[in-house]
Design a protein around this ligand. Structure first.
Ligand SMILES: *Cc1c(COP(=O)(O)O)cnc(C)c1O
Length: 420
């Protein structure tokens, strides 16, 4: 079945009442009915609801449907994208291990993976994902994961995906791709052999800025890479915290199962059922929205690229952009989301443009149906020293737009009056 149909129907058959909308199970716990059922659920002889920290019927529909749309085997939803990213690493690495992270990733991923995890004894090394020429020499016997973004936020960079996956597979290491900005509609990580996909569903999936969420998705057949792999003893040796359970002995998708039974159980970064319900509504229309976001952004990018006061426009979907070949190679119809950036002369000019727009909101978020404008040098990247900022490609006059679903001609008019 195609993604569009799966997004609307997968995992729900109008059970019990015929309700067309997926029901919201706003509950913390579940009546097992009998002592035997309770025992079977705890012993994993049957998989069923136990307590909402571990699973919930509304969240489960969201997980199964998202996994189907992404083309993966199983998913685990979390309370935020940050939690999903933390779980993806904590499921593979422990104190004494290391991970390799792309230099161009979301700011929150940089702080989590390179600073916070270091205090848990997991060290991150960074690589240049544009080419991945420096990746392989960073690998050692303690390397447990390679992490990158398919369309990086905020740089809007597309990595050399085949090369990253090929190196990860050569060393039997799990590859993790953050597919938040691209969404499962524009980029399909599993078709390139990526092992695990993470998302912040707080962006295009919810779509209207309604709910925080995150999700981990595992590819079909990932068990084969985990079972017997000496890099990952946690899947192959008895788990003391689960009365000696050996995950590798179980007939289930192991990556998400262990993340649920060990990490979600103990850390509790569980989505509220209501947020899962909102995210289901978003997922149902994601394929329509992300295409329109991309088409609108393309019109705006094309307008800006002809403006005399605009020094540079970055939008991979735009013909002539340095990354346009990669966009056409990896992305559905060469569409690359609603994110674009452009450069004007200096810090003050950029700030004035932010204050002069009428439709764009000054917000540090992306993926809302309403358009957003940000000036990284005075907000998200304010703490970064000016020379480092220049080196990372973030100029004083750089403006980032998250193009929404308004009519693009109105957005262009608004930018026109703000830039002049
Ligand atoms: C927003 C974002 C995150 C963090 O997600 P939250 O839901 O805000 O925790 C991670 N990765 C990318 C690419 C993001 O844009």
């Amino acid at each position: 079945m195609t993604q569009e149909t799966l997004a609307l129907h997968h995992g729900y058959n109008q059970e019990h009442t015929g309700a067309m909308a997926v029901p919201l199970y706003q509950t913390t716990a579940y009546d097992f009915g009998s002592a035997e059922t309770a025992a079977n659920r705890f012993a994993l002889k049957e998989l069923g609801p136990i307590y909402t920290r571990l699973n919930n019927p509304t969240t489960e529909i969201f997980e199964n449907r998202f996994a189907a749309v992404e083309g993966g085997e199983a998913a685990l939803a979390t309370s935020s994208g940050q939690a999903a990213i933390f779980f993806s690493i904590a499921n593979l690495a422990e104190a004494g291990d290391n991970i390799i992270v792309a230099k161009k990733v979301y700011g929150g991923s940089t702080t989590l993976l390179t600073h916070t995890l270091k205090r848990f004894g997991i060290v991150a090394k960074t690589f240049d994902s544009d080419n991945a020429d420096d990746l392989e020499p960073l690998i050692d016997s303690k390397t447990k994961a390679i992490f990158f973004e398919s369309l990086s936020n905020p740089q809007i960079a597309i990595p050399n995906i085949e090369k990253i996956v090929q190196i990860a597979n050569k060393h039997n290491i799990i590859s993790i791709c953050d597919n938040t900005v691209a969404t499962p509609i524009l980029f399909k990580p599993f078709e390139y052999g990526i092992d695990v996909v993470v998302h912040s569903t707080s962006k295009y999936t919810t779509g209207q800025g309604l709910a925080l969420g995150g999700i981990l998705v595992a590819r079909n057949g990932l068990n084969d890479k985990l079972i017997g792999n000496e890099l990952y003893p946690q899947f192959n040796e008895p788990d003391e915290s689960y009365h000696g359970l050996v995950y590798a002995d179980l007939p289930f998708p192991l990556f998400t199962l262990r993340a649920r039974l060990s990490l979600l159980r103990d850390i509790g970064a569980t989505p509220a059922p209501f947020n899962s319900w909102l995210l289901i509504q978003g997922l149902e229309t994601l394929h329509v929205r992300i295409k329109q976001h991309s088409l609108n952004a393309l019109e705006v990018a094309s307008y800006l690229s002809s403006h005399p006061k605009v020094k540079k426009v970055s939008y991979p979907g735009l013909k002539g952009d340095e990354q346009n070949d990669r966009a056409n190679k990896y992305f559905k119809d060469g569409l690359t989301s609603g994110l674009l950036s452009f450069e004007v002369e200096g810090f003050e000019t950029a700030k004035n443009i932010l204050d002069s727009t009428k439709i764009f909101s000054v917000v540090t978020n992306i993926g809302d149906s309403k358009s957003i404008i940000t000036h990284p040098a005075s907000t998200t990247h304010m703490q970064v020293p000016a020379d480092e900022l220049e080196a990372s490609g973030i100029k004083q006059g750089l403006i980032r737009l998250s193009i929404g679903l308004e009519n693009p001609s109105d957005l262009i008019e608004d930018l026109k009056q703000a830039i002049n």
